[in-house]
Design a binder for this molecule. Structure first.
Ligand code: PXP
Length: 239
């Protein structure tokens, strides 16, 4: 049985659209845990476009399962992680202009740099996950850099334009998962997974955990919409 870790970034995105204090990703995290989520994930971006420092601190104080902090492998974030001490850190690439994380981290391009970042985090007692493309070379380098976990990027699979393309991209994920399970690494996967495209992953029991955000927040808006409208009708009808 695989685990589900829920990414609450886009609850904060809705909040930031108004610049006020609701909806609160910290409350959403508590509700996700009440629903049975095995972990909570948030991405503290350099530009703080959704999750901010207050969210991260409160999530660390209130999450009862496991808080996974996604972050760029830069000094500012390493310092914050070493202070806040999430249960795990996921290193991701980050570009200011992107809408969401676009590709996996290119660990093989700078292995010495990433080894140094992992060492600092692990000296602070924080296990490290590398978010990488489904590429056996990246998997191997992530392990050589001291990574404990590899999160296989499923975004290209989820964006496939046809079923045959999805099959080809899924096979790539499968090969990366197989190469990771031959090494001393835990395996997770995420990005772009939704209620339909997750089904083939039943064939990959080596994946211990799924990191899912946008599709859950998108569904929550719709499944909760009717109740939210009824509650407001109740109020205005009772004037
Ligand atoms: N994993 C990583 C490393 C991510 O950056 C994201 C997006 O924040 C996710 C998983 C979740 O992706 P999605 O929101 O598409 O479910």
């Amino acid at each position: 049985m695989a685990r589900l870790a829920v990414n609450v970034d886009h609850v904060a995105t809705v909040r930031e659209a108004r610049g006020i204090d609701v909806p609160d990703p910290v409350l959403a995290a508590g509700l996700a845990e009440l629903a049975g989520a095995d972990g909570i994930i948030c991405h503290l971006r350099e530009d703080r476009r959704h999750i901010d420092d207050r969210d991260l601190r409160l999530l660390r104080d209130t999450v009862k399962t496991k808080l996974n902090m996604e972050m760029a492998a830069v000094d500012e974030m390493v310092e914050i992680a070493l202070t806040v001490k999430p249960h795990v850190v996921t290193l991701v690439p980050e570009k200011r202009e992107e809408l969401t994380t676009e590709g996996g981290l290119n660990v093989t391009a700078q292995p010495d740099y990433y080894r140094g970042v992992v060492e600092r985090l692990k000296n602070g007692g924080i296990p490290v996950s590398f978010f990488i493309d489904p590429d056996p070379e990246q998997v191997q380098t992530a392990q050589q850099c001291g990574g404990d976990i590899v999160e296989i990027h499923t975004g290209h699979y989820s964006e496939a334009g046809s079923e045959s393309e999805a099959i080809v991209r899924f096979e790539k994920i499968k090969r990366a998962v197989e190469s990771a399970s031959g090494l001393d690494l835990r395996i997770s996967a995420g990005h772009g997974l939704n209620y339909a495209n997750i089904k083939p992953f039943g064939a990959l029991p080596q994946i211990e955990e799924y990191s899912i955000g946008h599709s859950i927040v998108a569904r929550a808006v719709l499944v909760g919409f009717e109740r939210a409208v009824r509650e407001m009708i109740q109020l205005v009808n009772n004037f």
